[in-house]
Structure formats: structure tokens, C-alpha cells
Design a protein around this ligand. Structure first.
Ligand SMILES: Cc1cc2nc3c(=O)[nH]c(=O)nc-3n(C[C@H](O)[C@H](O)[C@H](O)COP(=O)(O)O)c2cc1C
Length: 225
């Protein structure tokens, strides 16, 4: 966990099928609500399909960057917990090229996995609460992260991405995804160009409190075992 960064630069080295299979074979032990394992993986191999996925990603990236440029968290719900309308002009955003090495060479990444979610398998326990639903993703993304951890175990690196989801209708048509499934993300894998660096994360005390949201932070006492 401490040495599995988001890797976006890969050598041209191919990932053998036996390695990819082993990664998926480890990752499948991820937890999911009711153990329903509602994930589906599409391994993207066809160059034309990869090229079109890259184009979809680039459009999503443009939408993302337009928000960042405006100082916004892209597509984040408002303070009330709901999302009602785009905070930027998405049509205009998609017209502005946003050069980015990863996005612009995505189709050349050694392994591209499209991660889908079978919606009917997700017990979204927060449906109807009048705010952004979040629980359903919890049955899919642990599997996605397991793929990254298993890849790390093979000396590989990767990143789970989501901006391509903005183009879900086009991706659905391109890949033949039925209405029953949603696009949860796109995972890129390969041999990292650079070795793992130290990851920057908040310390425990910054995000853990006792008894109440505004309670004291969870700190180890000096006499703790
Ligand atoms: C749900 C999710 C969506 C993400 N979407 C993208 C994405 O679309 N593109 C991308 O380059 N990285 C994406 N990331 C990777 C994050 O940017 C990365 O995990 C974070 O910046 C930490 O990077 P680090 O481990 O190298 O410190 C995503 C990560 C998660 C968990």
C-alpha cells in the first residue's frame, strides 16, 4: 500500500497474459456487498478500440481540467450533498485541447482494462437518502485497487482512472456494454519507467476522531502498547 503509487509512465515492455491472469486471479478475492462480485473486466487489445477509448479519455480529461482551472473539484456535489448541474460549460471545455502525456498516449499503454459494474448486483444502501450515492462503488473499487496491488506484486505499476466515464454512452456503444452495466473506470498497467517514490498522504490524526465528527483526534498515547 505504501509503495503502490499512481503510475502513468510505462516502458514498452509487454505484460504476458500469464501475468495479467495472475493479477486478476489475486484481485478477484476483493470484498463486495453480499459477495456478489458485480465486476466485469474487458481487456482492451484492438488498436482501433484503444484509439477510440483514448479519444473518450481525452474528452473527459478536458472536462476535468476545465474544472481544475476554475479552482473546482471536478463534478463534486455541492455542500448540500447533491449535484444538479455542471459548474463549467462542458461543451466548451471539450473543445479546448489539454496536452497530457498519459492521456495522449493512453492507447499505447501495455495493458488497458475497462472496469464495469453490474448495477443490479450493487446493494446501494444509501439510495434515497437525498444525497450523492457512494456505497455502490464500494463493491467495485476494492477489486480495482486489488488489481493495482497485485500488479505491484509483479513489479508492475498502474493507475485506476475515471475520467473516461464522462463518455460512457460512446464507450457503451464501442464495447457493446448492456444497460445493466456501468463503466466504473479504466485501469492502465505496465512496467513503470520510474521506481516507486514516497507517497504523500495525510497522517491518521488528521482524518480520525473519537466518538464524534468534531471529537478529539485519534492519537496514540505514549503509554499505548
Ligand atoms: C476513483 C479514482 C479515480 C481516479 N481517476 C483518475 C483519472 O481519471 N486519471 C488519472 O490520471 N488518475 C486518476 N486517479 C488516480 C489518482 O489521481 C491517484 O490515485 C492519486 O493522485 C494519488 O496518486 P499517488 O498514489 O501517486 O500519490 C484516480 C484514482 C481513483 C481512486
Amino acid at each position: 500500500m505504501r509503495t503502490t503509487p499512481a503510475t502513468r509512465e510505462f516502458t514498452g515492455e509487454a505484460v504476458p497474459d500469464v501475468v495479467l491472469h495472475r493479477i486478476l486471479d489475486h484481485a478477484r478475492f476483493a470484498p463486495s456487498g453480499g459477495n456478489r462480485q458485480g465486476w466485469h473486466v474487458v481487456v482492451l487489445r484492438d488498436p482501433e478500440i484503444r484509439r477510440r477509448i483514448r479519444e473518450c479519455y481525452q474528452l473527459g480529461w478536458r472536462e476535468y481540467m476545465a474544472h481544475v482551472e476554475a479552482g473546482l473539484v471536478p463534478f463534486a456535489p455541492q455542500e448540500c450533498g447533491r449535484w444538479s448541474a455542471p459548474a463549467v460549460d462542458l461543451g466548451a471545455a471539450r473543445e479546448v485541447p489539454r496536452p497530457n502525456n498519459f492521456a495522449d498516449t493512453l492507447d499505447t499503454v501495455p495493458v488497458l482494462l475497462l472496469l464495469l459494474a453490474h448495477l443490479g448486483s450493487l446493494a446501494c444502501m444509501d439510495n434515497g437518502l437525498g444525497r450523492q450515492s457512494i456505497v455502490g462503488g464500494g463493491s467495485i473499487y476494492p477489486f480495482g485497487h486489488n488489481i493495482l496491488l497485485a500488479a505491484r506484486n509483479e513489479g508492475l505499476g498502474g493507475v485506476l482512472t475515471s475520467v473516461v466515464v464522462r463518455q460512457e454512452p460512446a464507450v457503451r456503444e464501442l464495447i457493446g456494454i448492456p444497460e445493466s452495466h456501468a463503466v466504473a473506470g479504466l485501469i492502465a498497467l505496465g512496467r513503470p519507467v520510474r521506481t516507486v517514490r514516497k507517497l504523500r498522504r495525510w497522517p491518521v490524526e488528521q482524518f480520525t476522531t473519537v466518538d464524534r465528527f468534531d471529537g478529539p483526534s485519534f492519537t496514540l498515547r505514549s503509554d499505548a502498547g
